[in-house]
Design a protein around this ligand. Structure first.
Ligand SMILES: Cc1cc2nc3c(=O)[nH]c(=O)nc-3n(C[C@H](O)[C@H](O)[C@H](O)COP(=O)(O)OP(=O)(O)OC[C@H]3O[C@@H](n4cnc5c(N)ncnc54)[C@H](O)[C@@H]3O)c2cc1C
Ligand SMILES: Cc1cc2nc3c(=O)[nH]c(=O)nc-3n(C[C@H](O)[C@H](O)[C@H](O)COP(=O)(O)O)c2cc1C
Length: 772
């Protein structure tokens, strides 16, 4: 086969090598604009696993690299004049220039034709390269071949806001991959540094665009930029200079990262994308070269199979796009963490900053850090426990079992049973079902149990089965549940108060296969900010008048007065999920033209009036929370996570103690991106930007998730909904699994024997798994 490789970076060269290894009769030419010794960049990072893959594919080139690799095990994080060091991270690195030399040598040895100083253009595809059976577009980030066919390759390019520059230095960072956060008079700027050969290290400097502007980097040439960075980071450089080798970049040496995602990698059954041309991975997880080399192995393997060329190319894409997407999604979290780095450096001490940074991709969890460096993690657990308990502690405590206080309410641990409607009340009256259900949940060890959305009037219900708190009988029924919780368990109990608004008068979820299906008989008038139905099949709401607002505020106030008499420890105002108050907040549902519609401040006006009236009626020593939808999943057309921070600030100013950060359910058009802990980034932004406690919720289901979220300061409490439905003892089970039975674990004495047996059995199972 006649193969043309456009681009002689790691992907193109390694594809050529991998094809020749499989069939020396292929005719392969690599075209590259640079000379052999030219290269941008400094060192690249691999994992042991990548090296094993390379070794299996081509032991010759892999062994040369292995002999020259620089290894590190530690990560250092410098901030606030301190350094945190943790071990067990296992990286290997090599100079990009040296790696390319090794690949050049190997390619030539195998008979690949290398054509340097050869610029190619898109027109060449049908002229100069017309006789090629296969054209491999390995022309990197700014691929001409891809950019000329963005539609065909269904390409999405997202240019990220931060600015960074890739510098080098002869200062040694031999012991650890080093992160340095330094404050300038204009804001934070930081470094990712790692050594890649005997005397050279990569030194990437990054900052937010406003700091880049203010420091004047835009107007500097490459040398001036390097010198300015040297002055900022002087105390870490041991007298060494910062070096630049990005002469190929015109103007400022600083760049913004473009996240490239192509949904189609093949054109005309003859042109195929590989490496950075097809996808990019942010340097925060340093996997771009790894992806390119592994693409090359996969493409060569499929071309060498029994498949015809078009099928082989598609099979290659099918295999590799999943890997690329996985890495991109992990890289996305890491990249967004660095885009918000000032948030974390400002909010956290160096230890928590380091923990937050190490877990930034959400792929490295609490238990994973324990495997890497038990001693460091336990020191950190003791540090967190010391802060939470206000005194030094001898033994580490899993973060989820640390106490938490809101006003006069002391919680034993950080687990919350998330509000879940049971649709099992009659005329709003909680029944024996509710007593047994909430009783079991309160016995199960969670620090706080939230009730389902409990409505302020019959017309405020979602379904006929929704619970209420508008009459004496309901108040008494709730009091029975609260009294049981206080008398027999260690949990506190919170009443979620709400009004369904435009999503009211629907069937119970199990009565219709259509979600939010309206009641077919005995329905009631529904109200909302505007006369717009939630879904095409929904009842049309009546736009609220000022009199309606006054009545609804009074109903909420009556509800908190009843909640207090029933003995609840806390109340939560439901302002999420498209119900009445959420409908006011989101521009998707609120089309009013008076003082209650339009700007965010106007849309918040009625929810804040409701909250303020409730707060005034609720005892000062008892806390209040508000549940919000922090994102409508509609981009700029709905509430964005940035606006959620503003919403939280407004509620904080009105006296809210903690924001319960949920998302979505405000529009049938929403495009949520699900995944483990998928709404936690919103809780993180609200907590650390607005400076208010948060509860995270959404697909948090393992003890490891809760520990990681709390330890990283992404939220103060974690709400688990569905995991509690089949396992009310989720928290006790988590304690047994973590082999922890100290403070924060609240097991009924009657169940103690069961806890001890479970703890023993899980310890034995863990030992057997380790020794298997
Ligand atoms: C700051 C920074 C740090 C990084 N750190 C790491 C890291 O630590 N580890 C890691 O694995 N990756 C890292 N990367 C990513 C890495 O550089 C790329 O992902 C990797 O080089 C991709 O390989 P490639 O062969 O697909 O593309 P490239 O390496 O970009 O190669 C493309 C080649 O095509 C040539 N070319 C392009 N157009 C033409 C043309 N028209 N005519 C002739 N030749 C052309 C170019 O000269 C180039 O040599 C980093 C990237 C950046 C920006
Ligand atoms: C059966 C059920 C009923 C729910 N009812 C409510 C509710 O009344 N109020 C509320 O704010 N959220 C409600 N939710 C949403 C949950 O509180 C939670 O936000 C969501 O299920 C995501 O958490 P999870 O992944 O732990 O289940 C309900 C969820 C379920 C599964």
């Amino acid at each position: 086969m006649k193969i043309v490789c456009l681009g002689g970076g790691p992907s193109g060269l390694y594809l050529a090598i991998s094809m020749k290894l499989r069939d020396p009769s292929h005719s392969i030419t690599v075209y590259e604009r640079n000379r052999p010794g030219d290269t941008f960049g400094w060192g690249v990072v691999f994992s042991d696993e990548t090296m094993q893959n390379l070794k299996k594919n081509d032991p010759v080139s892999a062994n040369i690299m292995i002999n020259e690799l620089v290894h590190w095990d530690m990560i250092d994080c410098h901030a606030h004049g301190e350094v945190e060091r943790s071990a067990g991270h296992g990286f290997i690195g090599i100079g990009r220039k040296r790696m390319l030399q090794i690949l050049h040598g190997r390619a030539m040895e195998l008979g690949v034709n290398l054509e340097f100083e050869q610029e190619f253009n898109v027109d060449d595809l049908d002229s100069r390269f017309a006789d090629a059976d296969l054209i491999v577009a390995a022309d990197g980030l700014n691929s001409k071949i891809r950019n000329a066919n963005l539609d065909v390759f269904d390409c999405d390019i997202d240019l990220r806001p931060n600015k960074f520059v890739w510098l080098g230095t002869h200062q040694s960072f031999r012991e650890a991959f080093t992160f340095i956060f330094e404050k300038t008079e204009y804001g934070w700027i930081w470094v990712h540094a790692y050594q890649f050969d005997a005397n050279t290290s990569t030194f990437i400097v990054e900052c937010q665009p406003d700091v880049y502007e203010a420091l004047g980097f835009e107007r500097m040439n490459h040398e001036e930029s390097a010198e300015t960075c040297r002055r900022i980071f002087e105390k870490y450089l041991g007298g060494h200079k910062l070096l630049t080798n990005s002469a190929h970049i015109r103007g400022s040496a600083w760049i913004s990262f473009p996240r490239v995602l192509c949904r189609n990698w093949v054109k005309d059954d003859r042109i195929v994308l590989i490496g950075d041309a097809a996808h990019t991975a942010h340097f925060a997880i340093g996997s771009g070269t790894k992806l390119g080399l592994e693409d090359a192995i996969s493409l060569a393997r499929h071309l060498d199979s029994d498949l015809a060329l078009p099928q082989a190319l598609r099979a290659y894409q099918g295999e590799r796009e999943i890997e690329a997407l996985k890495l991109q999604s992990a890289a996305r979290n890491a990249m967004v963490w660095f885009e918000n780095a000032p948030r974390y450096v400002n909010a956290f001490d160096t230890r928590q900053l380091n923990y937050s940074m190490l877990t930034r991709s959400q792929r490295v969890s609490h238990e994973n850090l324990r495997l890497r460096d038990r001693e460091w993690l336990e020191t950190y657990e003791k540090h967190l426990a010391g802060l939470a308990l206000g005194k030094p502690v001898e033994q580490p405590v899993p973060p989820m079992f640390l106490p938490f206080r809101l006003r006069g309410m002391a919680l034993k641990n950080r687990v919350v049973v998330s509000p879940m409607s049971m649709y099992s009340a009659v005329a709003g009256l909680p029944s024996d079902w509710h007593l047994v259900h909430y009783g079991a949940l309160a016995q199960g060890g969670a620090g706080l149990v939230c009730t389902e959305m409990t409505n302020v009037s019959p017309g405020a219900r979602i379904t006929t089965g929704c619970a209420g708190i508008w009459n004496d009988e309901q108040e008494a029924a709730w009091k029975r549940i609260v009294d049981f919780t206080h008398a027999s368990t260690g949990a506190k109990i919170c009443l979620q108060i709400g009004h369904a608004g435009p999503k009211g008068a629907t069937q119970k979820p199990w009565e219709s296969s259509v979600s939010d299906a309206p009641l077919t008989q005995d329905g009631w008038e529904v109200i909302g900010p505007s006369a717009h139905p939630f879904a095409p099949h929904s009842r049309q709401p009546r736009a609220m008048t000022r009199d309606d607002m006054i009545r609804v505020i009074a109903e909420h106030v009556a509800a908190v007065e009843r909640a207090d008499r029933a003995g609840f420890d806390m109340v939560e105002l439901h302002a999420a999920h498209g119900y009445l108050l959420s409908a006011f907040i989101t521009p998707v549902r609120n089309k009013r033209e008076d003082d209650y519609g339009g700007s965010l401040a106007n849309r918040l006006r009625f929810p804040l009036e409701v909250f303020t009236a409730m707060r005034a009626a609720w005892p000062a020593q008892k806390p209040m929370s508000v549940r919000i939808s922090a994102c409508d999943w509609l981009g700029e057309n709905g509430v964005t996570p940035e606006q959620a921070v503003e919403i939280a600030r407004a509620f904080k100013a009105a006296g809210v103690d903690i924001i319960d950060v949920s998302a979505g359910q405000t529009s049938t058009e929403a495009k949520p991106v699900y995944g483990r802990m998928f709404q936690t980034p919103f809780a993180d932004a609200v907590r650390n930007d607005a400076g208010i406690a948060t509860m995270a919720v959404g697909n948090i289901f393992e003890p490891d998730h809760v520990n990681s979220i709390i330890a990283a300061g992404r939220a103060d409490l974690c709400c688990l909904a569905r995991p509690h439905l089949l396992d009310p003892n989720w928290t006790l089970r988590a304690a047994a699994q973590l082999q922890y039975h100290g403070e924060g674990v609240s097991c009924p004495l009657q169940y103690q024997a069961g806890f001890e047996q479970l703890e023993r059995n899980l310890a034995r199972a863990a030992d057997m798994a380790i020794n298997a």
